[in-house]
Design a protein around this ligand. Structure first.
Ligand SMILES: Cc1cc2nc3c(=O)[nH]c(=O)nc-3n(C[C@H](O)[C@H](O)[C@H](O)COP(=O)(O)OP(=O)(O)OC[C@H]3O[C@@H](n4cnc5c(N)ncnc54)[C@H](O)[C@@H]3O)c2cc1C
Ligand SMILES: NC(=O)c1ccc[n+]([C@@H]2O[C@H](COP(=O)([O-])OP(=O)(O)OC[C@H]3O[C@@H](n4cnc5c(N)ncnc54)[C@H](O)[C@@H]3O)[C@@H](O)[C@H]2O)c1
Length: 529
């Protein structure tokens, strides 16, 4: 288990609690025990209490997990502060609106403190929100000992821990950074996001291995604070996980004008750590296809951002007849029920969030937790993962829901409706609000079916893209077609009109009028003042 930061006093006090509950006539100490108190476990716990369940949550490291302590929250604090620096240093942009500023400077440590303080505030809020609704927080590392029993303890502490029984169990143990072989992490010159978020220094030249979410967001932070960045990406182009057209545009705005260069189609096969300010870090690059060493870079630091690995060791899944897959993920079905070695559902055991590898995002973890609770309460539920939005919080932002154009065309061809796929696009350049902000660089695109109006994917690159995507993701989640949403009215002037234009620009063959919800037909209409 990783190092621990939790106070153990409260856990010691609670050791007697489960047996008291069992004595009160319940078959199990709890209706639900959740292993792991990240955002997934937290979301599941809130919904379980709401559904009338008696809940305990076991946490072995720090409440809030990755998102709150080493992920979404501190990274967005760094992006907010460094983004402000970038904005104030962009004198041309400010001048075009008649603004002049003097020299802009920043202090590294207060920016780092902003991230740490925010994480600790959110961690406290999260803990209090559980305590307030009567969720028992049990401190220790959880391990299955039977179909309904979980042992928890802190290594080396005999006074902390115990065994609890539960009707249902949710495993929500999350993930840790994945580091490819040949890359030793020293935490100073060669590090992962866990270290980078502490912003202990701002290297002059940093190589970032991987141009996914973490790589992109940190390139935004580092270049705003004055670093030069070199991307090392295994795939043929940068941002391989994104829609190709959006990635191309993002590269034009987020990469090319900044102090960033890149090597694509290469793996960082060997990294030799350095000494800050004394000895550079050496990075050996190997061609992805030929496997020949092609170059060696000398940089001040290396950030390894090559994905995340599930944290599922030590859970003793064998106690319930299950095992992880080859990569360490716990196999689940669409109801988040764990599948045993025989491929059959393990009764009463669920796995949510990064540990099942379905979609490694905070809100996906929490939505899966809610879905698991629905299922254990006898209300069958399956989360449509294609309706889960994703966003990368660069300046400007990238967001999407559903399939990329490439994946949609492939799926359509396989499904026999290839000729029905259509694409519509709008630009931020035509949007009054974006132009008022002098932020016209950006586009939205929608991939849809001409015959049915089904939305297959929506992608946005531009100002506040992460907030704008929800109109599309909610439409996908509620199975609304293009024709259902194209008559909706958007306030003017707002960025949301970029999507309004997008929906209105789509042409669906079997056009049908917008539906008015029955309850609204008779409701009193507001009268303009
Ligand atoms: C730098 C970075 C930035 C990110 N930014 C975003 C973002 O902006 N938006 C977004 O949606 N996602 C973001 N993510 C991804 C997001 O953090 C994860 O998808 C999310 O945290 C997964 O939640 P989880 O509950 O599954 O797991 P985790 O948050 O990892 O929580 C799991 C918890 O379980 C505990 N645990 C593990 N094993 C045991 C055990 N045996 N017993 C008891 N406890 C145990 C761990 O200590 C941990 O607290 C980011 C990730 C990183 C690294
Ligand atoms: N804004 C957000 O929602 C957000 C932010 C950060 C992280 N996250 C989550 O955290 C997870 C991890 O993020 P990430 O950026 O590390 O992973 P990622 O999967 O997004 O990107 C990893 C990139 O590294 C490349 N790569 C892998 N191995 C390589 C190697 N040996 N050499 C060169 N390139 C290599 C891959 O081709 C890929 O482009 C993601 O799954 C993401 O969902 C989300």
């Amino acid at each position: 288990m990783r190092s621990r930061r939790l106070s153990v006093r409260q856990a010691a006090r609670r050791r007697a609690l489960p047996s008291v509950l069992a004595q009160a006539g319940h078959k199990y100490d709890y209706d639900l025990v959740i292993i792991g108190c990240g955002v997934g476990g937290h979301g599941a716990a809130l919904h379980a209490v709401e559904s009338g369940l008696r809940v305990a949550i076991i946490e072995g490291h720090d409440i809030g997990g990755t998102c709150v302590n080493r992920g979404c929250v501190p990274s967005k604090a760094l992006l907010a502060a460094s983004g402000r620096v970038r904005e104030l240093q962009n004198t041309m942009h400010l001048k075009s609106m008649g603004i002049q500023v003097g020299s802009v400077s920043f202090e590294r440590q207060p920016i780092a403190d902003h991230a740490t303080n925010l994480a600790s505030t959110i961690q406290n809020n999260l803990k209090r929100s559980l305590e307030a609704i009567g969720v028992d927080i049990l401190i220790g590392s959880g391990k299955l000992t039977g179909p309904h029993t979980i042992k928890y303890n802190l290594p080396g502490r005999v006074d902390v821990g115990g065994e609890v029984t539960a009707r249902d169990i949710i495993i929500a143990t999350g993930s840790v950074p994945f580091v490819p072989p040949g890359i030793p992490i020293d935490g100073k010159t060669v590090f992962t996001s866990d270290h980078a978020l502490k912003l202990e220094w701002v290297p002059n030249w940093v190589a970032i291995i991987g141009s996914g979410y973490i790589g992109l967001e940190f390139s935004d932070v580092y270049t705003a604070l004055g670093s030069e960045v070199t991307f090392i990406e295994a795939m043929e182009s940068l941002m391989p996980g994104f829609d190709k057209e959006i990635a191309k545009l993002a590269q034009r705005i987020l990469i090319n004008p900044r102090k960033i260069d890149y090597h694509t189609g290469v793996l960082a096969t060997k990294v030799t750590p350095g000494v800050p300010g004394v000895k550079p870090v050496l990075v050996e690059l190997t061609d992805f296809k030929t496997k020949q060493v092609v170059d060696t870079l000398e940089v001040d630091a290396v950030l390894v951002a090559t994905g995340r690995a599930p944290f599922t060791q030590g859970l003793n899944l064998a106690a319930v007849g299950a095992e992880t897959d080859r990569r360490g993920f716990i196999p689940v079905n669409e109801k988040m029920q764990v599948l045993g070695k025989d491929g059959k559902v393990v009764p009463h055991v669920y796995c949510i969030g990064d540990a099942n590898g379905k979609y490694m995002l905070a809100h996906a973890a929490s939505a899966q937790g809610i879905s698991a609770v629905e299922n254990m309460c006898g209300r069958p539920h399956e989360l449509n993962h294609l309706s889960v939005p994703a966003a990368c919080f660069t300046h400007p932002e990238v967001s999407f829901v559903g399939l990329t154009e490439e994946a949609a065309r492939e799926a359509a061809t396989a499904g026999g409706f290839g000729s029905q796929v259509a694409v519509v696009k709008t630009s931020f350049k035509a949007n009054s609000k974006a132009l008022a902000e002098k932020e016209g660089e950006g586009m939205a695109k929608m991939i849809y079916r001409k015959d049915t109006g089904e939305i297959l994917g929506v992608h946005i690159f531009g100002l506040h893209a992460a907030d704008l995507i929800h109109e599309a993701s909610n439409a996908v989640a509620t199975r609304q077609t293009v024709n259902d949403i194209k008559f909706n009215v958007h306030a003017h002037p707002t960025l949301s009109e970029v999507l309004d234009e997008l929906f209105k620009g789509a042409h669906v063959k079997a056009g049908k009028p917008a539906k008015a919800p029955a309850a609204m037909d008779t409701a009193k209409q507001p009268v303009a003042a």
